[in-house]
Design a protein around this ligand. Structure first.
Ligand SMILES: [Fe+2]
Length: 450
């Protein structure tokens, strides 16, 4: 792989993009793949088709997927999402006239989720891209003409109703739009929401009855956009707030709560407890105050919104740097006991040479205990997805799956761990070519999309 000194850190080491799109069917497996796992583990990431991008968020979406069925790993595939940037690599990325306003001009590089029979590659500034079961691109979707603006990379699928709750943010009014997709895949609600300005809202929260928006001081800057630079910067003048709205509500129903300035890319989960709303988040003190690579270390915090008093408390749960928080899909919006994170996320991944001993963290939010899986020396995991066992008897009775990069061999593995025991010994390991570091992944069971 290339380690040319001139390349920015986000294109070196295991950030180096892969060019070849491969299909491998004779995969080496160690351990036993649970026969109950029928579906695809898919993960998205930025993999610039030209080999170069100005920022780690601006590469072209590439999906790395593995198909499991009957205890076998049937295939591994990596595929570009076929966007206009892949068919035309000279197309400008930050272009007020076109790429920021044409909703099909997505990099489609941030997340990949299953919902209502579809696999969707998502990025937060544009339409979702539909993929088929072999990770080939079908095309962008506007939900039968009902979606006219951006769609988040972090929708939440309600475990009770099957609805996919989402939103979109834009640098132009309306700055925020709430979106609700039915269990059948129909966009049934589109609400413009009033926020303080063009805030970058990467993620949000859903509880049993509410959506909670994070209106935070990372704002769109027209001057940066006109120069073709990453068009978001920190603002010391923009108030940080949380907005609580009933899931079927409208703009006038939103109740806003002031919080201390900070940035949160990713909440772990949120839920209601009588007149309180609990939100666990990977909190950063700020972002992009000193330029577009200014990422302070995130750590796990708990916000408690007291809807009776109107106050929000912020409790730091741990000081260990960690990101990519997840909970089981079955407790999204419900009380969670356990949450999973990736330790030392950004700092370790940008280290050269990579020496980190990566770990998957498990927080017991009831007891405050932290456990971890050590994935080995010189090895780093990505975000982990939790999949319950077929006969699960507790919230943590399931599997954690992710891609692990091994700097010792410059290859990767798809690894399934036991979330209950958090044993360092994998349940199963599938040997793969190098899978570059990426963003978000999910297990998409065949029952959701096939
Ligand atoms: Fe994200």
């Amino acid at each position: 792989m290339s380690n040319t000194e001139e390349l920015p850190l986000h294109l070196r080491g295991n950030w180096t993009p892969v060019q070849e799109q491969r299909t491998i069917t004779d995969l080496e497996v160690r351990g036993t793949i649970p026969a109950e796992l029928d579906g695809r583990y898919v993960r998205n990431g930025a993999n610039p088709v030209t080999g170069f991008s100005d920022h780690p968020f601006l590469g072209d979406g590439m999906i790395h997927g593995i198909r499991l069925r009957d205890g076998n790993a049937e295939w591994y595939r990596n595929r570009y999402v076929q966007t206009p940037f892949v068919s035309n690599p000279d197309k400008p990325i930050i272009d007020m006239a076109e790429s920021l306003t044409d909703m099909a001009s997505s990099k489609a590089n941030t997340n990949v989720v299953g919902h209502a029979g579809q696999i969707l590659a998502l990025e937060e500034g544009h339409f979702p891209y539909v993929l088929d079961g072999n990770l080939e691109t079908v095309g962008p979707t506007d939900y039968q003409g009902k979606l006219s603006g951006p769609f988040t990379a972090h929708p939440k699928v309600c475990p009770t109703t099957g609805e996919m709750i989402a939103f979109g943010y834009s640098m132009m009014e309306p700055y925020l739009t709430y979106l609700r997709v039915s269990a059948g895949g129909e966009l049934v609600q589109v609400e413009n929401i009033t926020v303080g300005g063009p805030t970058m809202m990467h993620d949000f929260n859903v509880t049993e009855n509410n959506a909670v928006f994070m209106d935070l001081p990372a704002v769109f800057d027209l001057e940066l956009a006109m120069r073709g630079e990453m068009p978001i910067r920190w603002s010391d003048d923009y108030a940080a707030r949380l907005g609580v709205m009933p899931r079927t509500g409208t703009d006038s129903d939103v109740v806003w709560y002031d919080i201390d300035p900070c940035y949160v890319f990713h909440p772990m989960n949120s839920y209601e407890n009588e007149d309180k709303i609990i939100i666990d988040v990977a909190r950063l003190d700020h972002i992009w105050r000193d330029g577009p690579m200014d990422f302070p270390e995130p750590a796990l915090h708990r916000w408690t919104i007291d809807t009776a008093s109107g106050k929000v408390t912020d409790e730091q749960i741990d000081d260990l740097p960690a990101e990519f928080p997840r909970v089981p899909e079955a407790v999204v919006g419900r009380k969670h006991q356990f949450g999973y994170m990736m330790a030392n996320a950004a700092a370790s991944a940008f280290e050269e040479p990579l020496s980190a001993d990566g770990a998957i963290l498990k927080y017991d939010l009831d007891s405050g205990a932290r456990d971890q899986i050590d994935v080995g020396s010189g090895r780093l995991p990505g975000e982990s997805s939790f999949v319950p066992k077929a006969d699960a008897t507790s919230e943590d009775d399931g599997y954690l799956m992710t891609y692990v990069f091994d700097a010792n061999t410059d290859t990767s593995e798809y690894v399934i761990y036991d979330a209950g025991s958090m044993s360092n010994e994998p349940v199963a390991t599938v040997s793969l070519p190098r899978v570059p570091f990426g963003f978000h992944g999910n297990w998409v069971p065949s029952s959701t999309a096939d």
